[in-house]
Design a protein around this ligand. Structure first.
Ligand code: NAP
Ligand code: MG
Length: 503
């Protein structure tokens, strides 16, 4: 076995010649926490046949329910509550009633609850990781080493802010906003719940959270954790649903603040609905991020970073490096190395800890990806997909790329949200920057070069909320994340992440 390290990730070649992404794209701090959770594959996770919504500290049954399936097997895992007007009214009322008491608690006391939630996430980490992987299709190694540890870290981090808010906003007495409606996506279900809940609660707000339709199960476990730590009823409410639930929640008159992560289309609809009201709004939307490789970069590291950038979590990542811009003089070499590396990625059973790419999250998402593959084949050509078979049941897409893509092509412009890379080239740094910025989005970017001065110059020119240097998809609760242009507004993470929850 040979091992090569590249700063953030470790590539391992085993005896069969398979390569795999071995290290998680998290900080060493997060990695240290991962050590708390031994191999999760051995844990049997109990999944009830049905789950109610979590309102005012209790699980509440609804007459309407919907299925959540395992996208790797198409097996139904459970039925969950389809919340309608009645449940949304009840959840918002519970949050309203809980708000004054929660806001009046000394920050130190609120912080204690958040610390307890963080600890319980760690203690139940194996179970949460397995559940996340079963419900959403992502590789267990990613749930175990990235999603769940980072979710705990977000609660730890914001627990620390709860009694220090006046230092976050010097010169004035910060106040919570009230009831927060939070709608989250299916790509990092528990982690997005943590991104939304932890800062809101630290600031003294109460919350009604709506998990994504295809991945409600870990949010419902988080509801159990809220019960276990005796969080006062109504401070966190979790309303599952499909179809109308998100709209009913954000349009509810008893809501003071809306936070949404998801598609730009839905984000625009929410912005319109909220515009005539006094509600505060933050949006974290789509992306079409550029990963820029200069000829002077370490190309092996850059290839690892390209793979990490687009194939992590099957490409279901809002900041995925879905456009790679390679300096023309090394284009051929980079593409050859990339194809070689892609051939070593294992696609299959998400519960196998050697799997690199798991299942596509849903039938609908697979259809969307396949639509783009068709459009790309017609327009751009240069299609290449890694070899090998995929299971017959479930939703799968092997890692693939398009070569010779032009900025006008659909696969260069639109968010695909799958393991699909658009390869483009450039001749000068100015051209790289112009191409990278030639998008309605502005969420993230990556720069690969040996020259520090070049990194700084390029990073300044890029209209992107996050710019990674010689790495990609690294997350940490202390650093702000968010977009420019149609990628949304407002920041999550770090001290900046408190601002959208304070008045
Ligand atoms: P979506 O269309 O953005 O929907 C996400 C959530 O928004 C759903 O849970 C839905 O809940 C809710 N929703 C829909 N209409 C709403 C409204 N008018 N007001 C409030 N909430 C509303 O995401 P999707 O259909 O799952 O995925 C579509 C595409 O979105 C993907 O292909 C990808 O490009 C992008 N996406 C981006 C991210 C990201 O992190 N930026 C994450 C996931 C997906 P209800 O059905 O209950 O109303
Ligand atoms: Mg599911």
């Amino acid at each position: 076995m040979t091992t090569a390290t590249n700063g953030s990730r470790t590539a391992v070649d085993d005896a069969q010649g398979h390569g795999r992404l071995a290290g998680p794209p998290v900080s060493e701090w997060a990695a240290a926490f991962a050590a708390y959770a031994p191999a999760p594959e051995s844990v049997k996770v109990e999944i009830a046949p049905a789950y109610g919504a979590f309102i005012n500290g209790r699980f509440v049954e609804t007459s309407a329910t919907f299925e959540t399936v395992n996208p790797a097997t198409e097996a139904v895992l459970s039925r969950v509550a389809a919340c309608g007007e009645e449940e949304i009214d009840a959840a918002v009322a519970a949050a309203r009633e809980a708000f004054p008491k929660w806001a009046a608690l000394p920050g130190r006391e609120r912080g204690k609850y958040l610390f307890r939630i963080a600890r319980r996430i760690q203690e139940r980490a194996r179970e949460l990781a397995i559940l996340e992987t079963m419900d959403g299709g992502k590789p267990i190694r990613e749930s175990r080493d990235v999603d769940i540890p980072l979710a705990a870290l977000h609660f730890f981090y914001y627990a620390g802010w709860a009694d220090k808010l006046k230092y976050a906003v010097p010169g004035r007495e910060p106040k919570p906003l009230g009831v927060c409606a939070q709608v989250i996506p299916w790509n990092f279900p528990l982690l997005m719940a943590a991104w939304k809940l932890a800062p809101a609660l630290a600031c003294g707000n109460t919350c009604v959270l709506k998990p994504a339709e295809t991945t409600p199960l870990t949010a419902l476990r988080l509801a159990e954790i809220c019960q276990e730590v005796d969080l006062p009823p109504g401070v966190v409410n979790i309303v599952t649903g499909a179809g109308e639930t998100g709209r009913l929640l954000v349009e509810h008159g008893g809501v003071d603040k809306v936070a949404f992560t998801g598609s730009t289309g839905v984000g625009k609809r929410i912005a319109k609905a909220v515009a005539p009201t006094k509600k505060r709004l933050t949006l974290e939307l789509g992306g079409k991020s550029a990963n820029i490789v200069f000829a002077d970069a370490s190309l092996d590291q850059a290839v690892e970073g390209i793979v990490q950038g687009i194939y992590f979590n099957q490409g279901h990542v809002c900041c995925a490096g879905s456009r790679v811009l390679v300096e023309e003089s090394v284009l051929g070499e980079v593409v050859e190395k990339l194809k070689h590396r892609m051939s070593t990625l294992r696609v299959g059973d998400p519960l196998d800890k050697n799997t690199d790419l798991g299942a596509i999250n849903s039938r609908a998402q697979l259809d969307r990806i396949e639509h783009y593959l068709g459009a790309g084949r017609e327009e751009a050509g240069g299609f290449w997909q890694s070899p090998g078979d995929v299971p017959t049941k479930g939703y799968w897409c092997k890692p693939c790329l398009f070569e010779g893509v032009q900025p006008s092509h659909v696969v260069a412009r639109e968010e695909i949200f799958g393991p699909v890379l658009a390869v483009m080239s450039f001749r000068t740094p100015e051209e790289a920057v112009a191409r990278a910025n030639e998008t309605p989005y502005g969420l993230a970017a990556g720069v690969w070069t040996d020259k520090g001065s070049k990194v700084r110059w390029v990073a300044k020119q890029l209209r992107a909320g996050v710019v990674w240097m010689n790495t990609y998809n690294r997350f940490d609760p202390t650093s702000p994340f968010g977009g420019y242009k149609e990628s949304g507004f407002g920041r999550e993470g770090g001290a900046h992440g408190l601002m959208p929850y304070l008045g």
